[in-house]
Structure formats: structure tokens, C-alpha cells
Design a binder for this molecule. Structure first.
Ligand code: SF4
Length: 353
């Protein structure tokens, strides 16, 4: 591989950005630390095109940190519903309150305070600091890891701690003092549009002349990952209790899968009549004589597959006792309330409509 100095690396990246970088995302207009922060959190784990409509809705509802801090958590989760990884939304909300209470409403303008915000790790803090304040700070998100691992010809798994530390060293070394915002955006763009996971477009890449993976024909082997294990499969029956037009939903506990969102009562396993009847009798005090299965489907989390079997159970009269803890609502799919619904619940509601 030809040797390259960091100033040359930066020059190539910034020249490429001037010609081909992406400069028209909604968070690049009226740039404020708040707007950049929200975009960076939404972009963790999620593609740009998916994020844009969510981002615009979110900004419409919560144009500044004050409005987000004052919002009900249900409302925040409602606007997040469908984006997945809901802890991001809960952390944004907590962080907004923290900024109001501990930083006097002023968004942090240094790396240390940024990293103290819930949901902001080293790379996200670097992205906010460089993009919002145009200050030198390295990032190492998934895209940048891939670019640097290929550029350096690193064939070891990139999720290995030592390799990650090495990649951070490269990231720090290449990040410039000048035009830090453009450089960060350029590295993200290069990873997202040119140095993509399969079939990178090396002929259009500004780094081609110096890239070890390209020179040594290793692009298909990098980034290597530790062998992952196959995802386990779990099965659940969703009890869609229907009274007139309305459906019973329960708020899930704050921690764990879909924390704070509203979902159906559920039992593990496939829909067996005796299990459904026993659960409804013991937990909900409802006699079940008939139910109707809906189409089953699979939802995949990062660590397991969930095979979902929804069943509609018509209810004539719901005992008031189960509503007493305030964690239940009767949800009308035709007049939806502003509460967060996980994607599979949204799909079932859509089928019911
Ligand atoms: S030359 Fe190819 S493999 Fe190397 S950084 Fe560019 S796109 Fe990635």
C-alpha cells in the first residue's frame, strides 16, 4: 500500500465531499446542536431514508430541547414508533430533561458533557461535536469502521476490542482541525454510498490509490466479524381483546423489549386453547369461549426472532378491576391515540382496520 500522510488523506476526503458529499438532509438546514443531536441518535442503527420522515415529524412536535423535555414520554415514544431500538427515544427524553435541569437549558458544547448524556457514546459525541460546533473530534460509527478497516487492510474481526482501539487511533489521526464538520459528514457519506458493505464502488473512491483492501483484493473479506451465532427463535401468542371497536393494550415496563410502549397481553408459545383460556381466566378474569387466529408472522430483534401468533378474542364486558393500575387503555384503531406502539402491534392494528 502506498504511504499516505494524514493531511493528504484529509485533502482527498474533503475534495471528494465538495463534489459528492450529501448536503441537503433536513438536519443540515438551520443547523443547531439540538437538531444535530436528534439526527445522530435517530441515525444510530437506522438508514437515512427511513429516518427523514421521523426526523421531520419529531422536529415539528419538538422544535427545541425545552419542548422535548416537557413532553410526555408516551408522546415521544409515539413519534418513535416504527423506528425500533426504543431505548434511544427514552434516552433522548431523559437527556433533554438533564440538559434543562443540569445544564440550565444550554446544550453541552464539550465532549465530556456530551458523553454524559444518556444514549451518547464516544462516536456519537464526536459526531455532534464536530458537526454542530465544527470542532475536531473523531467518530467511529459502523460506516467509518468499515472504511478505515479496508483502507488499512485490517483482516481481523473489527468487533475485537484491540482492533477497535486501533481503528480509533486511525480515526483520531486522520480527523482534521479545519473543516471538522465537513470531514465527519464526508466519512459517513463515503461509508454509506461508496465503501458499502457488499461491492464497494472503489473506482469512485477518493482513497483508491492508497487503499490496502483494494490493492490486495481483500474488500470482500473486510470488515471481518467474529463468527456470530444463529439467532434463537421464541414464540408468543398476542391476545387481541376486542370490545366493540376497541382493543385492550397494556403499557410495558420501562426496561426490556419495547419498554414504555403499548402492546397486547401475551403468553409465550403457540396459541393453544387451554393456555389462552387459563390465562384469560386467571389474569384477566374473562371467560373465553371462542377466538379467531390472525395470520402469524416473524419479527426479528438484534438477538432473537419472535414468531408472533395474534388471536382476536371478542369480549362482551371487561371487568373494571384490570384497568385499575392505569397501565391499560382501550385503543381505537380507527381513532388512534398518541401512544407508542411497537411495529408488530402497528401491523396488527392495520390489519384490524
Ligand atoms: S478503495 Fe474501495 S475498499 Fe478502499 S476505501 Fe475506497 S471504496 Fe472502500
Amino acid at each position: 500500500m502506498a504511504i499516505i500522510h494524514s493531511t493528504q488523506f484529509q485533502k482527498l476526503i474533503l475534495q471528494w465531499f465538495d463534489l459528492h458529499g450529501r448536503k441537503h438532509f433536513p438536519w443540515q438546514k438551520n443547523k443547531t446542536p439540538y437538531r444535530v443531536w436528534v439526527s445522530e441518535i435517530m441515525l444510530q442503527q437506522t438508514q437515512v431514508n427511513t429516518v427523514i420522515p421521523y426526523y421531520e415529524n419529531f422536529m415539528h412536535e419538538f422544535p427545541d430541547i425545552k419542548s422535548l423535555a416537557r413532553a410526555r414520554e408516551d408522546k415521544v415514544l409515539h413519534l418513535w414508533a416504527g423506528l425500533g431500538y426504543y431505548s434511544r427515544a427514552r434516552n433522548l427524553h431523559r437527556a433533554a430533561k438533564m440538559v434543562m435541569e443540569e445544564f440550565g437549558g444550554k446544550f453541552p458544547d464539550n465532549l465530556e458533557d456530551l458523553q454524559a448524556l444518556p444514549g451518547v457514546g464516544r462516536s456519537t459525541a464526536g459526531a455532534i461535536f464536530s458537526i454542530a460546533y465544527n470542532q475536531q473530534a473523531a467518530i467511529l460509527d459502523g460506516n467509518v469502521k468499515r472504511v478505515l478497516a479496508r483502507f488499512q487492510g485490517i483482516t481481523e474481526p473489527i468487533n475485537n476490542k484491540n482492533i477497535e482501539a486501533l481503528l480509533w487511533q486511525h480515526a483520531e489521526r486522520y480527523t482534521p482541525k479545519q473543516r471538522a464538520a465537513d470531514y465527519t459528514q464526508a466519512m459517513m457519506d463515503l461509508g454509506a454510498t461508496i465503501c458499502v458493505r457488499s461491492r464497494p464502488q472503489c473506482m469512485q473512491c477518493p482513497l483508491i490509490k492508497y487503499c490496502a483492501a483494494h490493492q490486495e483484493n481483500l474488500t470482500h473479506l473486510i470488515p471481518a466479524k467474529k463468527a456470530g451465532r444463529e439467532l434463537p427463535v421464541r414464540t408468543a401468542t398476542f391476545l387481541v381483546l376486542q370490545k366493540d371497536e376497541r382493543i385492550l393494550l397494556r403499557k410495558r415496563p420501562p426496561m426490556g423489549i419495547w419498554g414504555g410502549l403499548f402492546s397486547f397481553p401475551e403468553i409465550s408459545g403457540e396459541p393453544l386453547k387451554e393456555n389462552i383460556q387459563a390465562y384469560c381466566r386467571q389474569k384477566l378474569n374473562i371467560p373465553v369461549t371462542k377466538y379467531q387466529p390472525l395470520k402469524s408472522f416473524r419479527h426479528t430483534f438484534s438477538h432473537y426472532h419472535l414468531d408472533i401468533h395474534p388471536v382476536i378474542i371478542p369480549v362482551k364486558r371487561m371487568p373494571t378491576r384490570i384497568m385499575e393500575d392505569g397501565q391499560q387503555i382501550w385503543y381505537n384503531p380507527h381513532e388512534p391515540e398518541s401512544v407508542g406502539l411497537p411495529k408488530p402491534v402497528q401491523l396488527i392494528m392495520r390489519a384490524l382496520r
